[in-house]
Design a protein around this ligand. Structure first.
Ligand SMILES: Cc1cc2nc3c(=O)[nH]c(=O)nc-3n(C[C@H](O)[C@H](O)[C@H](O)COP(=O)(O)OP(=O)(O)OC[C@H]3O[C@@H](n4cnc5c(N)ncnc54)[C@H](O)[C@@H]3O)c2cc1C
Length: 398
């Protein structure tokens, strides 16, 4: 079962897709099947391999050593990687220009080159114990002290914090007063050594039910010093291919890309469950015939395939419009909402098709299900996507 023909899939894109598919099935999948069970991180040597493939630089210009592609190709590659292991599809988002938007052009060029080759892989510390969906409630403080900021407070859910070369931090430089609560929030670039925490920062791993390969941390900042020039402000989300313009537009562009990326991750997981279920159903014999001959199973597979295709069509459209510079806030939210809810259903059905074997760690389908479950929660929950969509349709509810 492969991707259906699509008018978006040019020769060049089909080539990009088939290279990623080969890499995912031959190299990523065996690693995932081994390491997910051990709750182990993606090894350093494999990060280098991802770097060799160019996947930390998909959207970085060729002049900086990147592949020079757009969001569409980023989504295509993401789906392929996620079909094998969502964590590998996730780690590439910590390259691809993240944490490179410093103001000094020479420094920026150097960071873009490092990002493209996988030598500048980050972590995002936005969420807090009291600030999840309600991100404007961030309490972590950044206090100006001469030409530095001093950071104190707590962060939760920071994926890849220990192994990162840098952490992007959202912190409050002033109390929320009158006006929007997000006022006074700034983003900072914290440079660090891979494999350790700097002075003033400690972290403790959170034991998750899935999404292994990237350890997620609870972080405590206690007087960590950051040079004042590492205040990124609104440049935090700016993608390297963001349309030129106001910072707000760049921020929206970054969020839209993240939602398309998450839709692609979810579609990859659902496709994994579908492909594995198709193979299993034709192999598994009960009542003297392959279970694929029972209409109950055939229709399940038909529904799974239809849902994957529908989600992909929505995601392709959003990625295409994004690259065309269209406003896509609703489309990206719809693609994220639909694809992630679909992935949860389809991977669960995949377990059903596998019967008892689906409920073991001997088959990848349980991993697809555990990982898909997360996609409706992170990068904005399904409820928050519905809020974005309905606010646009009907107007914001006070
Ligand atoms: C494994 C994992 C990895 C993560 N990685 C990162 C990371 O690397 N960096 C980072 O900063 N964050 C990360 N996150 C955090 C993630 O973005 C948040 O978990 C997510 O935004 C939801 O926030 P919350 O968990 O606090 O849930 P809450 O916001 O407390 O939501 C709880 C429930 O209430 C609902 N709800 C909340 N507000 C509304 C509303 N206004 N209307 C309707 N329903 C609402 C939610 O949809 C949800 O169902 C990660 C989370 C997980 C679980």
């Amino acid at each position: 079962m492969t991707t259906a023909a699509s008018p978006y899939l040019t020769e060049e894109r089909l080539e990009v897709q088939s290279t990623a598919r080969r890499f995912a099935m031959e190299e990523v999948l065996p690693l995932a099947n081994e390491l997910d069970k051990q709750k182990a991180d993606i090894p350093d040597a494999f990060l280098e391999r991802i770097g060799e493939m160019g996947y930390f630089g998909i959207m970085i210009g060729r002049n900086w050593g990147g592949m020079g592609h757009d969001v569409f190709e980023y989504a295509l590659i993401t789906e392929e990687l996620s079909r094998a292991w969502m964590s590998v599809a996730s780690i590439i988002a910590r390259g691809n220009g993240m944490g490179t938007n410093v103001s000094d052009p020479a420094r920026r060029a150097e960071l873009l080159r490092r990002s493209a080759r996988g030598d500048w892989i980050g972590a995002a510390a936005l969420s807090e114990p009291g600030a999840g969906s309600d991100l404007a409630n961030v309490q972590c403080r950044a206090t100006k002290d001469g030409d530095e900021y001093v950071i104190s407070g707590e962060k939760r859910w920071c994926g890849n914090a220990l192994n990162a070369d840098f952490i992007l931090l959202l912190a409050r430089t002033q109390e929320a007063g009158e006006g929007p609560r997000a006022r006074g929030l700034e983003s900072f670039l914290i440079e660090k050594q891979r494999g350790s925490f700097p002075n003033g920062l400690t972290g403790s791993p959170i034991d998750k039910i899935g999404y292994h390969g990237i350890t997620t941390y609870h972080l405590w900042f206690d007087g960590l010093h950051v040079p004042a020039e590492n205040l990124l402000g609104s440049r935090m989300y700016e993608g390297t291919t963001a349309p030129q313009g106001r910072a707000f537009n760049a921020t929206m562009h970054g969020l839209n890309v993240a939602r398309i990326h998450t839709a692609a991750r979810a579609i990859g997981l659902a496709r994994g469950a579908l492909e594995d279920s198709l193979a299993y159903a034709q192999d598994r014999v009960q009542f003297g015939r392959p279970i694929a001959e029972f209409q109950a199973i055939r229709f399940k597979l038909a529904d799974m395939a239809t849902q994957v295709e529908a989600a992909r069509a929505l995601m392709y459209q959003a990625a295409h419009d994004c690259d065309a510079g269209e406003p896509i806030e609703i489309e990206a939210a719809m693609a994220k909402l639909f694809a992630t809810e679909m992935a949860e259903r389809v991977t669960s059905e995949g377990i059903q098709v596998h019967g008892g074997n689906g409920y073991t760690t001997e088959r990848a389908v349980e991993r697809y299900w555990r990982d898909a479950r997360l996609t409706t929660i992170f990068e904005g929950t399904s409820e928050i996507q519905r809020k974005i969509i309905s606010d646009r349709l009907i107007g914001r509810r006070q």
